[in-house]
Design a protein around this ligand. Structure first.
Ligand code: NI
Length: 310
């Protein structure tokens, strides 16, 4: 077994392996490449070193909830519903209803994404696909089908670098290239993006939001499907993790993930969950927060007046 010191050294090795520069190893197919890359970041994220998910609570654009903001109880989980307008970065939202966003990264994939689309259609579920520009360019027909069936397409950069290690020029070229590939395929520009590995500095998030008007979308439920624990485990992790307002992370480049979806979606649907796109989820949370803020003060108790007669 490794000693603690050896683990630290290993961690340093993996960290060093992730950099801004995208892989120049063209011997790997796109799917394999993103596969390999995807396997590293989570190691970093678990070590708390990536700047994305761990700082997801920072929401520069959010409107702070008034101390007297009404608090309702979500009927599904018993968890308190605290109305809050989502900020620039979103990892989950506050909604009163049983509604979640399924999200799929690193695709599209030539055969797995279409198989997933069939399942989503069967359960009347909408999802969000954070696509790589390189894969959108390879499979424009799949991109078109995703959009035509009412799902949302977000940017996941062009080549999957760790953006927090990138300079401004590389950040812009990655996002421009991803957006142009998506627009070329389906004619619609994204309004959401997810940084690879969840890694993006607070400054970059502000900049990207201003320049591209994207919401930066992270997640609150991660089944670690990239480790291929088997469909049953992936499904159970998604089912157990889901709360009203959750953003569920998965990857539509792994067969086991697609195999998990019938159970995951079917079970959550039977529990009363609806599945909407990330932008729809953000809109629902915004509407709920605004409604709570503008709710009229409770009417004064009616004054009972009794006619005094005679
Ligand atoms: Ni990814």
């Amino acid at each position: 077994m490794f000693t603690f010191r050896q683990y630290l050294l290993l961690g340093g090795f993996f960290l060093g392996a992730i950099s801004c520069s995208s892989s120049s190893d063209n011997s790997l197919g796109e799917t394999e490449k993103s596969d390999v890359l995807e396997a590293r970041p989570h190691f970093v994220e678990q070590a708390g070193l990536a700047s994305g998910a761990s700082t997801a609570q920072e929401k520069p654009g959010s409107v702070p909830a008034a101390p007297t903001a009404p608090v309702a109880v979500a009927p599904s989980s018993g968890k308190k519903f605290a109305p809050k307008v989502p900020g620039i970065s979103v990892s989950q939202v506050s909604v009163p209803d049983k509604v979640v966003a399924l999200t799929f990264d690193d695709g599209p994939h030539a055969s797995l994404t279409p198989r997933l689309l069939d399942i989503l259609k069967k359960y009347d579920a909408k999802a969000t696909f954070f696509m790589l520009g390189t894969n959108a360019r390879l499979y424009p027909n799949v991109v078109r089908r995703v959009a035509a069936e009412g799902h949302e397409i977000g940017s996941h950069s062009n080549t999957h670098p760790l953006l927090s290690k990138c300079g401004q020029g590389k950040l812009v070229s990655e996002l421009d290239a991803a957006e142009s590939a998506i627009v070329a395929a389906c004619g619609k520009r994204p309004s959401v993006m997810r940084p690879p590995y969840g890694g993006m500095t607070a400054k970059q998030r502000q900049f990207v939001n201003q320049k591209y008007n994207y919401h930066i979308v992270l997640w609150d439920v991660d089944p670690l499907d990239w480790k291929r624990p088997g469909p049953a485990v992936v499904a159970q992790r998604l089912i157990k993790g889901a709360r009203p307002g959750s953003i569920l992370l998965s990857h539509d480049i792994h067969a086991g993930t697609i195999d998990a979806m019938e159970t995951a979606i079917g079970t959550l649907k039977a529990q009363g969950y609806r599945f909407v796109t990330v932008s729809e989820l953000i809109a629902e949370a915004t509407a709920a927060a605004n409604a709570a803020q503008s709710a009229p003060a409770p009417a004064e108790a009616p004054v009972l007046t009794a006619a005094v007669t005679g």
